[in-house]
Design a protein around this ligand. Structure first.
Ligand code: UGA
Length: 435
């Protein structure tokens, strides 16, 4: 199949490289000339384990290429994916679809022969209808079908998620789209990945419902963690105890500082807005959004409590800045709110993250950056573990204690056993566990 991927950001680049690896002929298009130049030179604009090798292997095999010009590849394509960004619109929280619609307009002018146009970006219900309308308006004689094919990959595990998905969801209104879409995913059919063909609007909503449900699941266990702290129960045992029930499932029950990232915060908000517009509010998601927003900043209180209510003039070491490990993505990371709250309370913050410091430096002010966990712990009255990078899973506590002003560890990811910390003489607190 000849595939064009419009947008070489996170979703576009990973999906494009994986489709090429399936044996398809893939052209990735992006308006950002600097990004395309970097990709052509073998550079990867994002951090994602395994992506660099996958891209270079498929470029070398002649199956993957990059360009800023979409007309020629679109004219030759069987399937054109739209994988551009859909950020939250400033002011109202709706998804900003201007990039999607601009792409649709450009694609329309270049179509030649029957082509399937697929939205891979996360788009609100009804976007496919509008994409179809735009293409028909710009090019009334074009032969095309518009499909929806949401992406469920996680940052840091994107290639694995793409190649071994729990399911593939494809929404179509025109039966002519079925054959090409089956062909695109044929290699995964062989892996027995369940493929769900449904209507286009349903497919669009599946993506939001999935992310909102996961965000709600995390928020549920976070609230249970708060209750555990009050009543002296252990949230990790509760996660295990409820997760073993197959109807609940054990995943996404890890209590922490609140969910962040480029998807859950934006998608929950967009679903909430769509539902309100249709006078069918999703109140569980409204509550989820509000609880999670409050939680991030509230995590700073744990640090204050660990230091007898006062951090003024003290140095706090922060381990991990990205919203989760194995990414350089800082979007809506809990660390941002936690650090600002600590600074507001008068603390000096020193931070270390294996990949996120460059992005963090553009979003935070007054933070000093270190070269390792031990570097930021130097002279600190407390160390706060915010993101569970592997580099923080086996800290040398003897060394930490030697350099810290006070041996205080606030572990917002429950990485360490409280008993072990007590034995090591660390004043330890975590999330939803008796210390
Ligand atoms: C999420 C979904 O997991 C993907 O299926 C989806 O495709 C993607 O959004 C998207 O819409 O593109 P991602 O944002 O990369 O993926 O990250 P997750 O691994 O889902 O983590 C999101 C946040 O939840 C992180 O801040 C993480 O620390 C937090 N989390 C996750 C918890 O606090 N507890 C958990 O048990 C799981």
């Amino acid at each position: 199949m000849r595939i064009v991927m419009i947008g070489s950001g996170y979703v576009g680049l990973v999906s494009g490289a994986c489709f090429a690896d399936f044996g398809h002929d893939v052209v990735c298009v992006d308006k950002d000339a600097a990004k395309i130049m970097k990709l052509k030179a073998g550079g990867i604009p994002i951090y994602e384990p395994g992506l660099e090798d996958l891209v270079s292997k498929n470029v070398a095999a002649g199956r993957l290429s990059f360009t800023t010009e979409l007309a020629a590849p679109v004219a030759a394509a069987d399937v054109v994916f739209i994988g551009v960004g859909t950020p939250s619109r400033r002011g109202d929280g709706h998804a900003d679809l201007s990039y999607v619609y601009a792409a649709a307009r450009e694609i329309a002018g270049a179509l030649h022969g029957f082509t399937v146009i697929v939205t891979k970006s996360t788009v609100p219900v009804g976007t496919g209808d509008e994409v179809e309308r735009i293409i028909r308006e710009v090019n009334p004689v074009a032969e095309f079908a518009v499909a929806s094919n949401p992406e469920f990959l996680r940052e840091g595990a994107a290639i694995e998620d793409f190649k071994r998905p729990d399911r593939i969801v494809i929404g179509i209104e025109d039966e002519r789209a079925r054959g090409p879409m089956e062909e695109v995913y044929r290699p995964l059919y062989l892996n027995k990945a369940p493929v769900l063909f449904t209507r286009r609007r349903t497919s669009e909503l599946i993506k939001y419902a999935a992310n909102a449900f996961l965000a709600m699941k995390i928020t549920f266990i976070n609230e249970i963690a708060d209750l555990c702290e009050k009543v002296g129960a252990d949230v990790q045992d509760i996660s295990r105890g409820i997760g073993l029930d197959n109807r609940i499932g054990s995943k996404f029950l890890h209590a922490g500082p609140g969910y962040g990232g480029s998807c859950f915060p934006k998608d929950t908000l967009a679903l909430m807005k769509t539902a309100q517009d249709h006078e069918s509010p999703v109140r569980l998601i409204e509550a989820t959004v509000a609880i999670n927003d409050r939680r991030k900043r509230a995590m700073a209180r744990k640090v204050l409590n660990a230091l007898d209510g006062d951090v003024r003039g003290k140095t706090i070491g922060v381990l991990g800045l990205t919203f989760k490990p194995n990414t350089d993505d800082m979007r809506d990371a809990p660390s941002l709110s936690i650090i600002q709250a600590l600074q507001d309370a008068g603390a000096t913050v020193r931070a270390y993250d294996p990949e996120g410091m460059e992005a963090a430096a553009t979003m935070l002010t007054g933070v000093e950056y270190g070269r390792s966990a031990y570097d930021v712990a130097e002279g600190a009255s407390a160390v706060v573990l915010v993101t569970e990078w592997d580099a923080f899973r086996a800290l040398d506590f003897k060394r930490l204690k030697e350099v810290m002003a006070e041996p205080v560890l606030v572990d917002l990811r429950n990485v360490y056993p409280p008993k072990q910390m007590e034995a090591l003489g660390i004043r330890y607190s975590s999330v939803g566990r008796p210390s």
